[in-house]
Design a protein around this ligand. Structure first.
Ligand code: 73E
Ligand code: PLP
Length: 839
């Protein structure tokens, strides 16, 4: 069926601009224009992607005036601007989100339908920009949404990876990684700004000289130069005119490359160099909470940080500002230590390029940066071997040394003769191979430090940053994470959104606290019925998806027990797996066992080099193969591993869950944000006292949360006294039976080797105390099953979970950052009369 572009002529009342008008006719004409003039296609030969692109341009056209006005107003009003610096942005698809935030969904749906196409098909066509690994990158995306919605002047700076996080396929039960070619069919949301490109230098050596006034200066003779080209994407706020910019940098060969090739006659050599330059932003490192000390990774970090700081300095100078006031105009939030080399880079720019005195430069630098820590895991704390750091960034290593010398001088004064304190605080780790500690650089070079949940911040103060907390009392503060209710409720759960609109209106979209009004309805049986209806419909939709894509029949009436997140030992997907095996063993022992029917849903990617995580996936898929096909099990248990967990796929999983698995070892998950998304859609949590679970439980009430497991202090204590996992195995018959069944080869076609690495690790070391928490977890799951049988009460608890999620809006989090850290004010953007061409 060829789509029809002739819309009815019924309601033309005035002549609208083709690119901004909102009447049905204008939208249809704009859509057709973009198909023809931008995609270069007729309806007859257009692909679904051509239509998607044409529609995306039609929406972008209607967003541009807001975007450009935002930029112009920020310049004109000379406001203070937040620069969010993050190596990752896990944005998710733009189209549906932009329609929601701009309030265009209805009109656009009608326009698309008038052509005979389906809006949902076009929305599904978009490849999501997966420029992040997980929670940290997704948090940056939620914060960009809130910054715009709150009309706070902001720029997001990051890296335009050509290949984002890999696509995951499951073959023969194992994860297979497929490169993510998200740019292959074009990206209609970005605009390249080659005229604002900057140069970044790497390698080489430094040389001391004295300038004409005899002042000591350092000249950096770089080994190579790379060009950074900015690609800008508008981030529109919800129903406001603000659209802030996400500016992502792409690495290219510098302009003079062609000349060099011409002069030396080494054309092929020059092209090779060009390719090497572009390598820097080729691919996202796919490790979540596990650092890979690769030179290219440091090059990526330095590259985007240098581009961004040069960009900020240029804008400030262009606007007539002096660098003396740089920190008044800009504040830069470091999203973990990935951009922490910015501290040394701003010092270099101020001292070497703009000839500031060290002390003055240091004062500006320290007043510019604020640092968010996201993890307590030792393997995720970034440190760079001195040799590598110095080879890539010789001048920055000198600057780090100088910062450290001056810093340690101050520390010495405070802790007279206490070498232990000095070694703990130093920016250089001197035990064994020497390293630059990026967290220390970030702490010393910033005016504020924050953790991402109350417990995490406390543990930071006690543990990882204990000495800094003593040295700088009050500098470490808490900013509990939040998620945007636009994407994570309105967009991903339209059925619940409709019910909420009817019941409590739509204020909650910008004031999530308003969900509290739902509490008035918990005792209304009719409302509870409708609440269940929504959940049931979401579960049916997921069941249909699983049927179609994985060929597994799941029962929408069973309890949907969902654990979706990166696969990591500390997140303990294997604890969940052990519970499933224990239920299965029970059925095999007593085929009539009275078990509340459950569907266990898993999803998540493993870092490609993370051996254990990949085995955990294989364990889950192997259990699924046996359990799903055993006639003894009947309808009681199903296990589903949904491949390729990303933002798009997560949006159909959160809304369908009854039970949210947040079972990390206490003290290991800094916050979690998936936990918030589940509860927002009415799932109950089974969880440990870890990260934001603690605060979620506080908000929803202990009676509406399934708590289990050791607490963080208990974990610490047990480890200190010498944890012996095998004792738990020996003394707990259910645990023994469960582990023995896996070890016997039952789930691996008789192969007793397959899971040895996993089981050995559990029995010998069990670094994340899976066996210690097993029984408590099984018991909590029994409470879950019992509670689920009391349908009315379960519904009450479900409603109360959503109703009490107000605190976990990213709007609340961003308001706190703005008030306590950044000291920035909103600036409402006017739309009228500000675009004037060719006066
Ligand atoms: O608990 C989550 C937290 O919710 C934490 O593990 C995650 O950040 C989320 C947002 O605050 C996180 N990711 C990383 N560190 N913490 C990380 C580390 C290295 C590379 C990529 C991601
Ligand atoms: N990955 C994606 C795609 C997400 O949507 C989320 C949710 O916040 C995460 C990772 C983080 O999940 P969790 O907080 O459960 O680790």
């Amino acid at each position: 069926d060829t789509p029809q572009f002739e819309a009815s002529q019924s309601d033309i009342c005035c002549i609208e601009d083709d690119r901004t008008g909102l009447s049905l006719e204008t939208l249809v004409r704009g859509f057709a224009d973009n198909l023809f003039y931008v995609q270069g296609k007729y309806p007859g030969n257009a692909t679904l992607n051509d239509y998607y692109m044409a529609l995306a341009y039609t929406v972008r056209d209607r967003l541009l005036q807001r975007w450009l006005n935002t930029i112009q107003s920020h310049l004109r009003e000379d406001v203070r601007v937040v620069c969010y610096m993050s190596a990752e942005y896990l944005l998710g698809p733009h189209l549906a989100n932009n329609l929601l935030n701009l309030g265009l969904e209805e009109q656009i749906r009608r326009a698309v339908e008038a052509t005979g196409l389906s809006l949902d098909d076009l929305i599904a066509q978009e490849e999501e920009p997966g420029l992040g690994n997980g929670g940290l990158g997704r948090l940056a995306a939620c914060y960009m949404d809130s910054l715009s919605t709150l009309e706070i002047p902001a720029v997001g700076y990051g890296i335009r990876y050509e290949f984002g996080i890999f696509d995951q396929a499951i073959r023969n039960g194992w994860q297979v990684e497929i490169t993510d070619k998200w740019l292959q069919l074009g990206n209609p949301w970005e605009i390249a700004r080659p005229e604002e490109a900057v140069e970044v230098k790497l390698g080489g050596y430094t040389e001391v000289y004295h300038n004409s006034q005899g002042a000591y200066r350092v000249h950096w003779h770089p080994g190579r130069t790379i060009k950074g080209v900015p690609y800008d994407t508008p981030i529109p706020g919800y129903r406001v005119n603000t659209a802030n910019t996400l500016r992502l940098w792409k690495a290219e060969a510098p302009q003079d490359f062609d000349f060099q090739a011409f002069n030396t006659g080494d054309y092929y050599g020059a092209v090779k160099q060009k390719i090497l330059s572009e390598n820097i932003t080729k691919v996202l490192y796919p490790n979540d909470e596990q650092i890979e000390g690769k030179e290219l990774r440091l090059a990526q970090q330095y590259f985007f940080v240098s581009c961004s700081l040069q960009d900020m300095i240029r804008m400030h100078l262009n606007a007539g500002g002096s660098l003396e006031t740089f920190h008044q105009k800009y504040t830069a939030q470091l999203n973990d230590t990935h951009p922490a080399v910015a501290v040394a880079e701003l010092m270099r720019l101020l001292v070497d390029v703009h000839h500031f005195q060290w002390d003055k430069a240091w004062d500006i630098t320290r007043k510019t940066f604020a640092y968010t820590n996201h993890t307590l895991l030792p393997e995720a704390l970034e440190k760079w071997p001195l040799e590598l750091f110095g080879r890539l960034l010789p001048r920055h290593l000198e600057i780090v040394y100088e910062i450290n010398n001056r810093f340690l001088d101050r520390v010495r004064v405070k802790y007279l003769g206490d070498e232990g304190h000095l070694a703990h605080l130093s920016l250089i780790d001197e035990q064994g191979e020497r390293y630059v500690r990026m967290a220390h650089l970030a702490c010393v070079g910033s005016y504020a430090i924050n953790g991402v949940a109350a417990l995490h911040t406390e543990l930071l103060k006690q543990d990882v940053l204990h000495d800094f907390n003593e040295l700088y009392p009050g500098k470490i503060q808490n900013k509990t994470n939040g998620v945007t209710p636009r994407r994570w409720l309105a967009l991903c759960n339209p059925r619940l959104t409709d019910l909420l609109r009817e019941t409590i209106g739509e204020d909650w979209l910008v004031h999530l606290d308003q969900l509290r009004k739902l509490e008035f309805f918990v005792d209304d049986a009719g409302f509870r019925e409708r609440w269940r209806g929504v959940k049931q419909a979401n579960k049916q939709a997921l069941s249909a998806y699983v049927r179609e894509h994985l060929n597994i029949d799941i029962d929408p009436n069973s309890l949907f027990d969902v654990q979706i997140k990166r696969i990591h030992e500390y997140k303990r997907q294997h604890l969940n797996a052990l519970h499933i095996v224990s239920l299965y063993a029970q059925i095999k022992l007593d085929p009539n066992a009275d078990i509340v029917p459950r569907t266990f849903v898993f999803a998540g990617k493993a870092a490609p080099g993370y051996f254990m995580a990949k085995r955990i996936i294989k364990l889950i898929t192997s259990i699924a193969d046996i359990v799903n096909n055993d006639p003894d099990v009947g309808e009681r248990l199903r296990v589903v591993f949904v491949p390729d967990y990303n933002v798009t796929n997560s949006q159909r999983l959160y809304p369908a869950a009854n039970l949210s698995e947040q079972i990390s070892t206490a003290g290991k998950e800094a916050s979690g944000t998936g936990n918030m998304k589940f509860a927002l859609s009415g799932a109950l949590t089974i969880g440990t006292l870890d990260g934001a679970n603690v605060e979620i439980r506080e908000e929803v009430g202990a009676e509406n949360f399934f708590l289990f497991g050791l607490t963080a202090p208990e974990v610490k204590q047990l480890k200190q006294q010498g944890y012996r996992p095998r004792d738990y195995y020996k003394s707990n018959p259910l645990l023994k039976e469960t582990i023995d069944l896996i070890a016997s080869g039952y789930f691996s076609h008789g192969d007793r080797e397959l899971f040895v690495p996993l089981l050995d690790s559990l029995l010998k070391y069990d670094p994340f105390l899976v066996l210690a928490d097993f029984q408590a977890y099984v018991d909590a799951q029994k409470r879950v099953s019992a509670a689920y049988c009391d349908t009315e009460n379960w519904t009450r608890m479900s409603i109360l979970n959503s109703a009490r999620m107000g605190k976990f809006s990213s709007d609340r989090a961003i308001r706190e950052y703005a008030r306590d850290i950044w000291k920035v004010q909103p600036l409402p953007i006017e739309l009228e009369g500000s675009v004037e061409f060719f006066e």
